[in-house]
Write a protein of this length. Structure first.
Length: 144
């Protein structure tokens, strides 16, 4: 048997259960994320501990990135009596609008230690570039 030492955490769990904050496919919960630029890539990291890779779905349509995941209960035996259940279950989703400057055709996804990391390269057309200036010899003379 587990000892419950924090009565306030238990109250929070009960309120979450009663208010229906567990995500469903029609009303998913939000998953936490970080986003930052690293060199010539834009990196987005989503926290999804306890979610298998088969339960993660990543879509890009135009500039809308959608990540959905589902965390299912670990125990599947009817004879199990749950003593404590604090880990959120259900469906999680996050949508991110991507800038036109990102190359959505070359997104890479890695999943390690419960963190889904997407790396999106900056499009070549969006990278800074030098513009050369033609000298006097390169100009055309217009005679009137």
């Amino acid at each position: 048997m587990l000892m419950r030492t924090d009565p306030f955490r238990e109250m929070d769990r009960i309120v979450q259960q009663l208010s229906g904050t567990s995500g469903t496919w029609s009303k998913p919960s939000v998953m936490p994320m970080d986003a930052y630029r690293e060199g010539d890539e834009y990196v987005i990291a989503f926290d999804l501990p306890g979610v298998s890779t088969e339960a993660i779905d990543i879509d890009v349509e135009r500039n809308m990135l959608t990540v959905k995941a589902e965390r299912r209960p670990v125990t599947k035996v009817d004879a199990v009596k749950v003593e404590l259940s604090e880990r959120p279950l259900g469906v999680f989703s996050r949508q991110v609008v991507l800038a036109d400057t990102l190359d959505t055709e070359r997104i890479q996804a890695d999943y390690d230690a419960g963190v889904l990391t997407l790396r999106i390269p900056i499009a070549e057309r969006a990278k800074p570039r030098k513009i050369s200036i033609r000298g006097e010899a390169g100009r055309k003379q217009i005679s009137g």
